[in-house]
Design a protein around this ligand. Structure first.
Ligand code: ADP
Ligand code: MG
Length: 322
């Protein structure tokens, strides 16, 4: 017999929740949440649309992971401790095997971060997922895009560009070895949200953003919000071994404009290098210093000799890159 709406919710999305901050989860008209004393809620929503953010052929387990990961990455960028997520799901049909795999990918990551699926909505329709994530931070300590100051140092976590390299391989514009393709594809399909680093940067970073659309574009948001400029060391951008084996032009394209990396880019006071490295060690997350904030507006990219590097086009924009 076909799986009904409520059976589907019960079977795949209603799990016992004994999570901090979640008083009542799935099953009522509203979830009931309680922030820790002295904390504020930080809330983010991300939508994933078939044919735009993922292909119909995507592995549902990877999709469950990524749908949650991109939301946790937004919480990470603001320094939030994740508490609860909500899932609005439109499905062309109730396919038990698909739902089982999707839920597995989602709950594996949710469990790893101690976050509850506290509610949602389920409807028939073209495949579309929308996740709302709620986290908390001590009042006034959320990391914002607007706090960068001239003289601050500029940092990024992990490595940049692997997701874009995998995308180029999918598109057939670069040929990768089997091993390189598998490794970079994993970065594209199973990004790691930098949740622990975001929390460790509270009270230290002056601004932060996660790299979802490409470093140049996402950094530009910080510069605009903070009314500052930046000098970026293009060749200091951390990249994995597979990308480092590619021609320099492609490396720059991937590291500067590649989306989907979900690394954190953040700024810190000039005398804060030791504190940043301590926060990185505490959260077990590599970080690299990649430039500095300037009073003059605009973003300049320079190579190791300080010579200007031409910026390889803009980063992704849904209405400009249809
Ligand atoms: P209502 O009709 O009152 O809006 P629903 O019938 O849509 O409620 O949902 C019933 C319960 O199941 C609610 O608690 C809702 O939050 C939860 N829910 C619905 N869809 C999902 C989903 N995909 N994931 C998690 N919880 C869900
Ligand atoms: Mg209702």
């Amino acid at each position: 017999m076909a799986l009904g709406e409520f059976e589907l919710i019960r079977r795949f999305f209603d799990r016992p929740t004994a999570h901090a901050g979640v008083v009542h989860g799935v099953g009522d008209d509203c979830a009931v949440l309680a922030p820790s004393p002295g904390h504020q809620w930080l809330v983010s929503t991300d939508m994933l649309v078939e044919g735009r953010h993922f292909l119909s052929t995507v592995d549902p387990e990877a999709l469950g992971h990524k749908a949650l990961a991109v939301n946790l990455s937004d919480l990470a960028a603001c320094g939030a401790t994740p508490r609860a997520v909500f899932l609005a799901l439109a499905l062309p049909r109730a396919d038990a095997a698909w739902l089982e795999a999707f839920a597995r990918g989602l709950f594996q990551l949710a469990d790893a971060h101690g976050v509850a699926l506290a509610g949602g909505d389920t409807t028939a329709g073209p495949l579309n997922l929308c996740i709302t994530a709620m986290g908390e931070a001590p009042a006034g300590q959320a990391l914002l895009r607007s706090g960068a100051q001239p003289g601050d140092t500029l940092w990024v976590s992990g490595t940049l560009g692997d997701a874009r390299l995998a995308l180029e391989a999918f598109r057939g514009t670069v040929a990768l070895t089997g091993e390189a393709f598998a490794a970079t594809r994993l970065r594209m399909e199973r990004p790691t949200p930098r949740v622990a680093l975001g929390q460790a940067l509270r009270g230290l970073a002056t601004s932060a953003v996660d790299v979802s659309d490409g470093l140049l574009g996402d950094l530009a948001h910080v510069l605009a919000a903070s009314d500052v400029g930046a000098e970026l060391q293009a060749d200091a951008l951390p990249r994995g071994a597979h990308l480092a084996a590619q021609p320099l032009d492609l490396q720059r394209l991937c590291t500067l404009t590649g989306g989907d990396d979900y690394e954190l880019v953040f700024t810190a006071p000039a005398d804060g290098d030791d504190a940043v490295r301590a926060a990185a060690a505490r959260s077990d997350t590599p970080v690299t210093r990649i430039g500095r904030i300037t009073a003059e507006p605009g973003l300049s990219c320079v190579d190791a000799q300080g010579q200007p590097v031409p910026a390889p086009g803009a980063s992704f924009d849904h209405f400009r890159n249809p």
